[in-house]
Design a protein around this ligand. Structure first.
Ligand code: PEP
Length: 263
């Protein structure tokens, strides 16, 4: 995945998105798929705001085993219907090599979450299939560890990989959930030809600071943003504290596009 071997930016083409190079991609959706109606409504708002990729988890990596774990295949079905109805790409997390075939029957893009960045069996499994993979940074991963994880996917034959900075652990997590490592973005743009996107929702962890965090990532050269949205954040089944309302998303995406056009 090094620029030494591949100087030109990788471009990832899906049915509704072209990711990489000078393009700027917007991804939005609920943290978790909650119902058919909800994912469709959130998708409609996301598309109206300029997003081409509808995110949402049906297999959720929860810290607490008693927290809502996602709707599994039922969620994948509702997510797929919403994406097809709206003409968007579907992106969802896969947590286990055993689920890759099933999730692949529905999704357009596989998401590998922060907790699985070094799940090598999973990386190999998504490397052996032919859909794009979004690889989030492990919450304590160095740049070299992250790029090596991407290399695991590429070495199995799948080079359609995009990287996503989602905040790392640092010494002070009192006010923010994680720390957006803004400076890693230009470093990665230099080291690798893969598209680099940012997830300010998980980095900030509180809705009040998602916009500033996302705009900083775009100013640093992020080629796309992923935002979690909910029409009633206090009722969200997962991570409501960090969810933007659809209106807040519109405002963020307008500013982000303007900053991207300058940098
Ligand atoms: C997510 O995007 O739904 C998610 C769980 O993110 P992360 O892996 O960054 O925590």
């Amino acid at each position: 995945v090094s620029r030494t071997f591949h100087p030109n930016d990788t471009m990832i083409q899906t049915a509704h998105s072209q990711i990489g190079g000078d393009n700027f991609n917007l991804i939005a959706g609920p943290d978790a798929i909650e119902s058919a109606e909800h994912v469709l409504a959130m998708g409609k708002s996301a598309k109206a705001a300029g997003a081409t990729i509808l995110r949402g988890g049906s297999y959720k990596p929860r810290t607490n085993p008693y927290s809502f774990q996602g709707l599994g295949e039922q969620g994948l079905k509702w997510h797929r219907i919403a994406a097809d109805t709206l003409g968007m790409d579907m992106m969802t997390e896969v947590m286990s090599p055993a689920d890759v075939d099933l999730v692949g029957q529905y999704t357009d893009i596989f998401q590998i979450g922060t907790r699985n960045m070094q799940n090598f069996a999973l990386l190999k499994a998504v490397g052996q299939q032919d859909k794009p993979v979004l690889l989030k940074r492990g919450m304590s991963a160095t740049v070299d560890e992250w790029l090596s994880a991407a290399e695991y996917i590429a070495s199995e034959g799948n080079t359609q990989i995009m990287l996503m900075e989602r905040g790392i652990r640092s010494f002070d997590q009192k006010y923010l959930r994680n720390t957006m490592d803004v400076s890693v973005i230009p470093v990665l743009r230099e080291l690798t030809h893969l598209p680099i996107l940012a997830d300010p929702s998980h980095a900030a962890g509180v809705a009040e600071h998602v916009t500033a965090t996302g705009l900083a990532a775009v100013a640093a050269g992020a080629q796309g943003l992923m935002i979690e949205i909910h029409d009633q954040p206090t009722k969200a089944l997962v991570d409501g504290k960090q969810a933007l309302t659809p209106e807040q998303m519109v405002s963020l995406f307008e500013k982000a596009q303007a900053i991207h056009d300058i940098v």
